[in-house]
Design a protein around this ligand. Sequence first.
Ligand code: BTN
Length: 240
Amino acid sequence: MKEIRLDSIDSTNTYAKEHSVEFAKDSITCVSADEQTAGRGRFQRNWVSPKGVNIYATFYFTLPKRALHLISLSQIMAMSLATLLQQKGLKPEIKWPNDIRLSDKKLAGILSEMQFSKTTVECFLGIGINVNLEKSLLEKIDQPATSLKVETGKKWDKNQLLKELQVQFEKDLIRFKLDGFTPFHDEFEALLAMKGKQVHCFDGEKTWVGICHSITEEGQLNLLLEDGTIHTVLSGDIKT
Ligand code: BTN
């Protein structure tokens, strides 16, 4: 894995998109920063990115255009982090499609962006993890959020954690390239937050109300609607 470490940048995703012509096409490049001045979240939200306390990183790599279920790629990154946290004795949950939660609060989020050329897809998987963010700053976030420090009561080495995430994600991506989402399905579903609960799911156009039922073989969300039918959502955002 190639590494680019930046001190301060608007957004590691934006930087990676602007510089991807310079990046190797046969390996992963990880762009990380100590602070972001305009960190971006999904649905045009901003991502709180103060200096020195958290992980802000974008993983860049290319895949053949015919590749598999690209839509579930960001869920693989969520699984990589969840696997790592479980190895450390924590009990993460994944709020579909790719928020990592601890104690029902958001710990990490993933922003997946892609650029399509004739034969390949350039993937930019950005992950923000609240590592040592203090309670006072967490309270300023517009949804219930937590950090590893708040959850465990100790300071974490964010560089070491990023290194471990790089190793885990590299392994998981090899598996995903070979077999798609299928090898991750059962564990993903086992970690699914709000399973069996009624949720509101905004798919970019419409809000669906239903029970958070299950995950398809490709990583999409099955909602059980009031009329007893299953509605499958490809991408979206869920709330209780
Ligand atoms: C979300 O949950 O809305 C996604 C948050 C993604 C934040 C990360 S931080 C590193 C990368 N650069 C960005 O500007 N955003 C992602």
